[in-house]
Ligand binder design. Structure first.
Ligand SMILES: NC(=O)c1ccc[n+]([C@@H]2O[C@H](COP(=O)([O-])OP(=O)(O)OC[C@H]3O[C@@H](n4cnc5c(N)ncnc54)[C@H](O)[C@@H]3O)[C@@H](O)[C@H]2O)c1
Length: 316
């Protein structure tokens, strides 16, 4: 059986597939040549991330395909329903990067709470000439422990974020209109496990009571956080969007920073990717990353091994 990992796959995934007798090809074939390549090489499994698309025409032209796999979550680049109608298995790895995103949220939160985003910008420029001024400017940091984090969207990443928050000693408030309660199991280094049951609360409660707010909702038609939601938040709130560009109204965010409602915020995702608004990029109250929430070696390993085990289950 032949697997074409057109957008790459981790070595751990390659090893698992090869151990099970699959031939793994990691050539990146250009989209226009893909159909010919699949047919010439009798490929059984095509694996993609976000770059390669697998549309109806490709599916129709390549009858050897038995599985289409997406390393990651969103499957916008695959005609999933059509493939399934034709009897092709379509698989993905929705949980593989949840903890990676949760840790990026906390990288931003710890950074924002202690002004690391500003200190890292200013120390290279003025750390020698204005050391004492900078020390004073960043003297009013806050701790996360004992504070309340509000989580919008209590699915895989929201729950992974709650686990880290509990570990840090935060109170967790979660809002999710489609989920009433969630059981979280925290595992510790020595094998101990602790269970926490979190009941979701109203949107208003999360907005009004949280010191920190983080978004983990899917992309949707309207903003989840716009001016009315910002107005309800505590003064001086710190917030993070590592969900999708467009779930937060970026103009309302900048205005809420100017008015002091939002003290500082972090963005990993933007309404305009890959060219975020300059007003965001230059805003000193923002901690910024270029959509790297899922980008860890561990997540890539999990994606590879999860895809491999699903392929082996289906085809062996
Ligand atoms: N930054 C990154 O690199 C990165 C990586 C992976 C995923 N993501 C994004 O993170 C988000 C969450 O992913 P996930 O795997 O946890 O998804 P998930 O489907 O497991 O969870 C999403 C949750 O949001 C809830 N929800 C839907 N609409 C809501 C609303 N209006 N208000 C509150 N809750 C709402 C759903 O009921 C669900 O429980 C997605 O937008 C995904 O695209 C970002």
């Amino acid at each position: 059986m032949k697997v074409l990992a057109n957008d790459g796959i981790s070595q751990s995934g390659i090893n698992a597939l090869q151990d099970a007798g699959f031939e793994v090809n990691t050539t990146t074939v250009a989209q226009a040549q893909l159909a010919n390549y699949i047919n010439d090489n009798a490929i059984d499994v095509i694996l993609v991330r976000s770059a390669t698309t697998v549309r109806k025409e490709l599916i129709d032209t390549c009858p050897s395909i038995k599985i289409i796999g997406r390393g990651g979550v969103g499957m916008d680049n695959i005609d999933v329903d059509y493939a399934r109608e034709k009897g092709i298995n379509v698989i993905n790895t929705p949980a593989a990067s949840s903890h990676s995103v949760a840790e990026l949220v906390f990288a931003h939160l710890f950074g924002l709470a202690r002004y690391l985003h500003n200190a890292n910008r200013e120390m290279p420029l003025e750390g020698d000439s204005r050391f004492k001024d900078l020390k004073k400017a960043y003297a009013k940091g806050t701790e996360l422990k004992g504070k309340t984090i509000g989580i919008f969207g209590f699915g895989r990443i929201g729950q992974a974020t709650a686990k880290v928050a509990i570990g840090v000693g935060m109170n967790v408030l979660a809002y999710d209109p489609f989920l009433e309660t969630a059981d979280l199991e925290l595992s510790f280094y020595d094998g101990q496990k602790l269970n926490f049951n979190i009941n979701t609360v109203s949107k208003e409660e999360v907005l009004k009571q949280s010191d920190f707010i983080t978004l983990h909702v899917p992309a949707q038609k309207n903003y989840v956080i716009g001016k009315p939601e910002f107005d309800m938040m505590k003064d001086g709130v710190i917030m993070v969007n590592a969900a999708r560009g467009g779930v937060i109204d970026e103009i309302a965010l900048v205005e809420s920073i100017s008015s002091g409602k939002v003290a500082r915020a972090a963005l990993d995702v933007f309404e305009k990717e890959p060219q975020p608004e300059i007003q965001l990029l230059m805003n000193p109250a923002l901690s910024l990353t270029p959509h790297t929430g899922a980008a860890t070696n561990e997540a890539q390993d999990r994606i590879g091994t999860e895809l491999a085990s699903q392929i082996i289950d289906i085809l062996k």
